[in-house]
Design a protein around this ligand. Structure first.
Ligand code: NAI
Ligand code: BGC
Length: 266
């Protein structure tokens, strides 16, 4: 049976760790050729590319800072040079620089907004330009698909993380406005909003028994998420199985956005 993403090319930013790594693996397993963007961990990205190629897939690791327009352009050029075009773009890179509001440095505010919001702007803009340049492609009903990695914090306020929550709140309207603008060209733009997924970004929240117990109070479904949970959602959202899904945020959060504090209160 033909794989769901056969003959498609996917570019994933921040693919050397965590959710990006898991999504890249899932897309490759679904038959896509994958471009693995990394910022700092070349070895991890290259190892994943080698693993995918050994399994019969196609993969290329490409370094770029998503907050730098020239580097994003070069990344898309490299993708075109190897695979001809791109069909699926996952704007996943993100950072946290947490602190109490009054102590938050301008640098930490700017770094988080530059990576999490401007990075997605630059990545999505390059994607839209490439979909238009390439024109219709018989590998998918859509001209192209963009998936923004948002967070439950696009709706859940988060004290001590004002920069991060502002960036994800920004992604919500960025994604919807862009989706509205390009849907007539059959470009589908959607977001995934993960809850707590076990990755390096939130290690402090799950790597001790005490921390995990505290975290689980926020997750009605009773488990911390794994990158595979997001990978499966990304495959579906990138495939024609979700062809009529446009401008939506898919929450994959074990119920974190159900306000569990209200279950026995209020
Ligand atoms: P992570 O720290 O493993 O991954 C972040 C990735 O972004 C890393 O590969 C890092 O190298 C890359 N990155 C950072 N700055 C970059 C830059 N300037 N240019 C290119 N890449 C850069 O953490 P995780 O959890 O995998 O995060 C991935 C995305 O998922 C982020 O957008 C994060 O906000 C989001 N997310 C994570 C959740 C979680 O519980 N782990 C929950 C909700 C959203
Ligand atoms: C954050 C994680 C956090 C999760 C749930 C994500 O956006 O990056 O640190 O565990 O949201 O609060």
């Amino acid at each position: 049976m033909e794989k769901l993403l056969a003959n498609q090319v996917a570019l994933i930013t921040g693919a050397s760790s965590g959710i990006g790594y898991g999504v890249a693996k899932a897309l490759a397993d679904a038959g896509a050729a994958v471009v693995l963007n990394y910022h700092s961990h070349a070895d991890a990205a290259q190892q994943l590319a080698d693993e995918i190629e050994r399994a019969g897939g196609a993969a290329l690791a490409v370094q770029a800072d998503v907050a730098d327009p020239a580097q994003v352009d070069t990344m898309f050029d490299t993708c075109r040079a190897r695979f001809g075009t791109v069909d699926i773009v996952i704007a996943n890179s993100g950072v946290q620089k947490d602190s109490a509001f009054a102590d938050m440095t301008l640098q930490d505010w700017q770094t988080v907004l530059a990576t999490n919001l401007t990075g997605q702007f630059l990545t999505a803009q390059a994607a839209v330009k490439e979909f238009r340049r390439r024109g219709p492609h018989d590998v998918s009903k859509a001209l192209g698909k963009i998936i923004c990695m948002s967070s439950v914090h696009e709706v859940i306020p988060w004290a001590g993380h004002v920069n991060y929550a502002a960036s994800k709140g920004g992604i919500q309207m960025f994604m919807k406005s862009l989706a509205q603008e390009v849907a007539p060209e059959r470009i589908r733009v959607n977001s995934i909003a993960p809850g707590a997924i076990r990755t390096p970004i939130n290690k402090d929240a799950w790597d001790t028994e005490a921390a995990r117990e505290k975290l689980l109070k926020l997750i009605p479904y009773g488990r911390v998420g794994d990158v595979e949970d997001i990978g499966k959602a990304a495959v579906w959202l990138a495939s024609d199985d979700s062809d009529y899904v446009v401008g939506t945020t898919l929450f994959v959060d074990g119920g974190m956005t159900l306000y569990p504090g209200f279950a026995d209160n209020g």
